[in-house]
Design a binder for this molecule. Structure first.
Ligand SMILES: Cc1cc2nc3c(=O)[nH]c(=O)nc-3n(C[C@H](O)[C@H](O)[C@H](O)COP(=O)(O)OP(=O)(O)OC[C@H]3O[C@@H](n4cnc5c(N)ncnc54)[C@H](O)[C@@H]3O)c2cc1C
Length: 468
């Protein structure tokens, strides 16, 4: 039987970062991934378009997750999450080839607010459109700047209630929440105030960037690191069962192998980890929020700069819930991966993301499923026309994923990207030497999940006299 000091389950962002950090402590580490491709929720894929007669019409590369790398930091900045992860993983800043966002837009009802990587832009918008809210908004910014995360603090504080201490205008409240919920709330219609502060910092105080070349640029760096550190990678292999022994764990794998390890770091989610531990999965521990995304390639994207991300809500009140229809057409994100510095080419993509109901998608047969995807694609096109009426609409390629796609490729129950509302900030789920990392540990997004992998490895993987 192969023996390891640590096994990391899942080669998404948190798993890769965790394995790299553990190996740098001199541990013998295995990284086990069910899928054949790295990245999990932040992977990449390609699609071939064929004519009805099977003739190959074209091929395009897609990113799964990367709308934006949050927590942007300029080279040389200090005390920023992005700088911390680069330092801990020994990745040179310049190798990421980061491009900053043009600007993003919050579009609610008929109101629009701009923000970019300088919070002063947002503050000026508040001053122009909500002058009586400026003082409260500035106070909120200060509270977020001074907030620190106490991982032992498990008390839930409703942000919808808390924000009233600073902002009395309901439209501005909704506008602040729109990006925050869409980019990181696993709660319906609210978010714990601790998470709110993390997201506010990540989106509004630090902002968005994108590696030139997309997520592959980051993966190429991480892959090279893994190769140089000789991490054992098992791709296309799922962990099927974990058996807890006195001072080690036995793992049964889908390729028939059985391995032994002192420590397990699981990035697959809390209920999913419970499942491989053979424990009962509580319905409440499974996330409710799923998404559909339509990615449309255009031959000729706008010459003028598009907003990087438009957070859209049709009505005055933003509802962020599992919809009771296939998708919620009242709100969406429109992301333009070309909306970063120096868009050089003519062809470009727009990505439209809607809240979606996993259960309703699951009930469809394959013919209905394809029809409904086409229906959603039409809604996405119509929304683009409405939000960007001047947009040149010469479409050349399209692809759509649903909560079922997310479930198929990442094994997250319900295709819930942000997992459940219960998070385990110290990684401890009550099993000795097994730690949760990634989404259900509580740090979301690309930067967040990398930070999660690193901090859980630092806290629980570092060999000490007491913790050999
Ligand atoms: C459409 C979309 C857009 C997004 N946009 C952004 C964005 O713009 N900015 C941002 O910061 N974040 C974004 N995210 C979120 C971000 O991608 C995730 O928060 C992050 O990638 C989560 O990483 P993780 O390591 O926690 O989990 P995952 O990526 O889910 O990794 C878990 C891995 O475990 C594997 N696995 C599951 N079960 C097993 C098993 N039994 N055995 C072995 N392996 C297993 C899975 O295949 C998967 O690879 C987006 C996500 C999506 C889907």
């Amino acid at each position: 039987m192969k023996k390891f000091d640590a096994v990391v389950i899942g080669a998404g962002m948190s798993g890769i970062a965790c394995a790299l950090r553990l190996q740098s402590f001199g541990l013998n580490v295995a990284l086990i991934e069910k899928h054949r491709v790295l990245g999990g929720l932040n992977s990449f894929f390609q699609r071939v378009k064929k004519s009805p007669t099977g003739q190959r019409l074209g091929i395009r590369q897609f990113d799964v997750g990367l709308h934006a790398l949050t927590n942007f930091a300029k080279k040389g900045s200090r005390n920023r999450p992005l700088m911390k992860i680069l330092r801990q993983l020994r990745i040179p800043y310049d190798s990421l080839l980061l491009k900053e966002q043009n600007y993003s837009l919050i579009h609610l009802d008929n109101r629009k607010i701009k923000f970019d990587n300088n919070i002063e832009t947002f503050i000026k918008e508040v001053e122009s459109f909500f002058p009586d809210q400026l003082e409260g908004f500035n106070k909120l910014v200060e509270v977020v700047k001074n907030s620190t995360l106490d991982t032992s603090d498990t008390l839930y504080v409703s942000s919808r209630e808390k924000i009233k201490e600073f902002i009395s205008d309901e439209t501005l409240q909704e506008m602040i929440f729109l990006p925050v919920f869409y980019y990181g709330s696993s709660w319906e219609d609210d978010i714990d105030f601790k998470q709110f502060c993390i997201m506010f910092q990540a989106l509004y105080l630090e902002g968005f960037s994108r590696p030139y070349g997309g997520i592959r640029t980051l993966f190429n760096i991480l892959k090279e690191k893994m190769q140089s550190l000789n991490i054992v990678r098992m791709m296309g292999v799922a962990v099927q069962k974990i058996e807890q022994k006195l001072d080690h764990h036995i793992l049964e794998l889908s390729n028939g192998e059985v391995i032994s390890t002192k420590k397990v770091f699981s990035s697959i989610g809390y209920p999913e980890t419970q499942r491989v531990l053979g424990k009962k999965v509580n319905k409440e521990s499974v996330g409710k929020l799923g998404f559909v995304e339509v990615q449309i390639f255009y031959n000729d994207l706008l010459e003028k700069k598009l907003p990087t991300i438009c957070f859209y809500n049709k009505t005055k009140k933003f509802v962020y819930r599992n919809p009771d229809t296939l998708i919620d057409t009242d709100s969406a994100i429109i992301c333009s991966p070309e909306g970063y510095d120096e868009f050089e080419g003519k062809e470009g993509i727009l990505r439209v993301t809607f809240l979606a109901n996993y259960k309703l998608w699951k009930e469809l047969d394959s013919k209905q499923y394809d029809e409904k995807k086409e229906y959603v694609e039409k809604i996405a096109r119509d929304l683009i026309c409405e939000v960007y009426p001047e947009h040149n609409r010469k479409e050349c390629f399209i692809d759509t994923f649903t909560p079922l796609t997310v479930e198929k490729y990442t094994s997250h129950m319900n295709g819930a990207i942000y997992g459940a509302t219960k998070k385990f900030l110290n990684g401890d789920i009550g099993i000795k030497d097994l730690f949760l990392i990634g989404t259900d540990q509580g740090y979301l997004g690309i930067t967040g999940s990398i930070l999660s992998g690193i901090s859980m490895a630092n806290m629980n993987g570092f060999p000490t006299r007491h913790n050999p």
